[in-house]
Design a protein around this ligand. Structure first.
Ligand code: PMT
Length: 415
């Protein structure tokens, strides 16, 4: 259903498909949205700003340094690219040229559209259009992947006859299809915007490091990406998020309180110290199951031809949280190399979880270290639900979508 009154930035790149952005502007206005068109200099070679101004009943922005009409300065910054970024709900770029994809992916800010894009924090929908070879070029595909991993949405391109005479992928999606994608995204962001407000979510992420001696550790391949993606998405949906993180090379997600730890013991202590405040616990960390029983005080010398290190079990943090569950929603992960469903179910029962997210590890492209994942959601009441391979941020959103139904079934069980 269209959301009347939503404010859309229509970014127009310089390609022959720019003429179709006029029809897109008409459709968006027809749906009751206020449309602010922003054209790159090249776009104005294909379509006049006057066309878009007439269709949107709004001035069209083409220049980062143009004189500003003060009557349009509604925010305190009075810096137009920041005001436009703050005042609008969604950015749709049609056509998104190869050049714009590259500039967005690399954070360049050479004109109004790219500068404003950096300041914009809402959903971004890209409708690419270009020659097939440009679309298939490794650089374009890498840029696109980068943007998708950052959560940008894509509509098209379609395949067919292109203006350059070639036939193949690269044709701008139809304006109606782009307008429908805008409406769906607005609906999604409105629906999800603050649905976790009031929750405090405690999340573990990354690996742990267990000391063998002062310079050597036992660790694993976890990059922290899955846990950080959940933390980022949960904070964006209004939750207070406390992230207990093992050693990773990731920047703290916006609005998240990060507690950095190294060992399983430190992770357990940080979790237990914050459990009281948490209404939801999500154990994503790859916590070491064993640690050296007697870490050496000094660096071990290479003397013997063999070396044995005695290991002892660490505390199972998730199981401990499960024992003190109370009214909390407890979500665990299961990293398996086989029998995903059965092992996930076993861990669900053993650790008193409401949901176990089972993923296969040891494969290329999913699980540890990768940017994507593919998971099975295992609960007590329903059949396991598969989420096909997608960016970890997307998987994170689908996991957080389970919280409302989990609360409902917990209430029904306790009624
Ligand atoms: O970090 P990435 O590179 O993005 O990779 C993501 C991931 C593969 C690490 C993640 O998706 C994942 O599967 N995390 C769980 C890893 C794991 O340790 O799984 P497990 O099946 O061994 O443990 C089951 C559950 O118990 C997990 O929720 C784990 O956090 C928890 N656990 C395990 C041992 C322990 N001592 N304490 C725990 O809390």
């Amino acid at each position: 259903m269209p959301r009347e009154g939503a404010r859309i930035i229509l970014g127009v790149g310089g390609g022959i498909a720019a003429y179709k952005s006029a029809e897109l502007a008409r459709l968006l206005v027809q749906r009751g949205y206020s449309v602010q068109a922003v054209m790159t200099h090249s776009a104005t070679q294909f379509l006049t700003p006057l066309t878009l101004a007439s269709l949107t009943h709004n001035k069209v922005i083409t220049n980062l340094f143009a004189e500003r009409d003060d009557s349009t300065a509604t925010l305190s910054s009075a810096i137009e690219h920041i005001d436009v970024a703050l005042e609008n709900d969604l950015l749709v770029v049609a056509p998104a040229t190869a050049d714009l994809l590259a500039q967005f992916a690399h954070g360049l800010a050479g004109d109004f559209l790219t500068t404003m894009h950096l300041a914009f924090t809402g959903p971004v929908l890209l409708a690419p259009a270009m020659n097939t070879n440009m679309w298939n070029h490794a650089a374009t595909q890498v840029n696109l992947k980068t943007l998708q991993q950052r959560g940008y949405h894509l509509v098209g391109p379609d395949a067919g006859d292109l203006a350059c005479g070639m036939v193949g992928a690269g044709r701008l999606a139809e304006p109606l299809e782009i307008a429908d994608a805008v409406t769906a995204l607005l609906h999604q962001s409105l629906h999800q915007s603050r649905d976790l407000a009031g929750e405090t979510i405690l999340i573990t992420a990354g690996p742990t490091q267990e000391a063998i001696d002062p310079v050597r550790v036992i660790t694993n391949r976890s990059s922290g990406r899955m846990g950080y993606a959940i933390a980022e998405k949960a904070a964006a949906r209004g939750a207070r998020v406390i992230l207990v993180s093992g050693p990773v090379a990731l920047a703290p997600p916006m609005g998240v309180e990060v507690l950095r730890v190294e060992s399983a013991e430190q992770m357990k202590n940080a979790v237990m110290a914050n459990l009281e405040a948490a209404s939801i616990f999500i154990g994503v960390a790859a916590v070491a199951d064993y640690r050296p029983r007697h870490p050496a005080d000094q660096k071990l010398k290479k003397t013997a031809s063999r070396l044995s290190i005695e290991l002892e079990p660490t505390t199972d943090i998730l199981a401990e949280v499960g024992r003190q569950k109370g009214d909390r929603i407890v979500i665990g992960f299961a990293a398996e190399t086989q029998n995903l469903a059965a092992e996930g179910k076993r861990k669900l029962e053993l650790k008193h979880c409401d949901l176990v997210v089972a993923n296969l590890v040891g494969l290329d492209g999913t699980g540890f270290e990768s940017d994507e994942n593919e998971v099975l959601l295992i609960t007590r009441d329903a059949e396991p639900k598969a989420i096909p391979r997608a960016a970890k941020r997307e998987i994170a959103s689908r996991i957080l979508d389970q919280i409302a139904p989990l609360r409902l079934s917990a209430r029904a069980r306790n009624a």
